[in-house]
Design a protein around this ligand. Sequence first.
Ligand code: GLN
Length: 490
Amino acid sequence: MTQSTDLHDLTVAELASALRDRKVSAVETAQHFLARAQSHTDLGAFLETNTDATLAQARAADARLAAGSAGVLEGVPMAHKDIFVTRDFATTAGSRMLDGYHSPFDATVVSRLADAGVVTLGKLNCDEFAMGSANENSAFGPVKNPWDITRTPGGSSGGSAAAVAARLTPVATGTDTGGSIRQPASFCGITGIKPTYGRASRYGMVAFASSLDQAGVLARSAQDCALVLSSMCGPDPERDSTSLDVPAEDFTRTLAEPIKGLRIGVPAEFFGEGLAPDVRAAVDAALKEYEALGARLVPISLPRTELSIPVYYIIAPAEASSNLSRFDGVKFGHRAKEFKDLNDMYEQTRAEGFGDEVKRRIMIGTYVLSHGYYDAYYLQAQKIRRMIADDFQQAFQQCDVIAGPVAPTVAWALGGHGNDPLADYLADIFTLPASLAGLPGMSLPVGFGAGNLPVGLQLIGNHLSESRLLNVAHRFQQATDWHTRRPQGI
Ligand code: GLN
């Protein structure tokens, strides 16, 4: 490399080849990105960096590069959403409950990426236990949107999206339970993919709603997402019994395939009232661009789109209330200093350790699972969940991929939803259906709306169609330059 200041502008593929060609070392690369993270702490994207741990990993990468035993991503720096447990860095899940917690092992996703040669820069801020849409539920403060620091970066992978948009890391992991990769990617003008449920192992991901939680990638382009996702996926039968028995795949292989004749389903329900006109304009323009690229738009219907909100906000809290019962002050995490007896210890610990949104969801979850309400709420929600999944299968009879907005508006102001959790929940309307159906989804930047804030296009594919989605996104990015735009001053 001629100038190390250019490093943060390189794509993942360019960085990997610069490292392989020994034009830059892994240590120099890591130092460059750590310095950038240091100079942008105002964004609140990183919860932890650990220079010693990062440089030790980078030195090991350099040794493998020198020895000719490098992995595909050898020396490429990356940061992880603080939902993935890591041995070298503390893991908080954005919660006081896990403040200072050190895992004795790495999440499968983290170790697979390390096997490919990735160097970890640190851990990224997120909503507490990934519950939220604005990153304002983090116990460690909100994250700011690099396009406008008075705005939310989205959530719950807000730290991941902001860090990639501000070029503090070329790529980051995220998790998506109901939209937490797609929506922050959209709000921050970057590209994100949530693969099919079960495609990447959940082992070592702090659990929120286990039937929905899925790891994925946020990067600047579909090509970078494809490269990194290829090293993350694959079965993990001994550690995650819900991981799919589908071999890892090289998602870059089919990126460049033509999309002529592609049938893009456009669901009427994604374009109704509530969709802001600026978002609609950018999405419409993107669909036109796809037509120019040879795709055909097919009107489709996902009739139960609206129901995905009550269904998700019953199922996700139900699972969360069960998953979070493990935080009892005994095994790990926070324990209250003062208590009268064992029950009081549980109560004080959980009262102190959990934030308001998490408590709200535990209460909703235990309520909908309780005797007498289980049939009326939880079981009913499960039935409608199945119908939502069936609606997608109907739709995929007529189209190859589905396209629409990611969110009804551009990023809202931090604090803009005040103390109204419903306002956050409603804004999830377009991302929840694919999550409930376990389908892969993406967001790619397709323009700007009010306040010069980015707008994302959502692509949804059938199960295991990640290659296709990435191909469809990549073709768009070859023809346009929205994904290369950067926030002012970055
Ligand atoms: N916004 C949704 C929620 O609050 C989705 C979060 C997520 O995908 N982790 O639950």
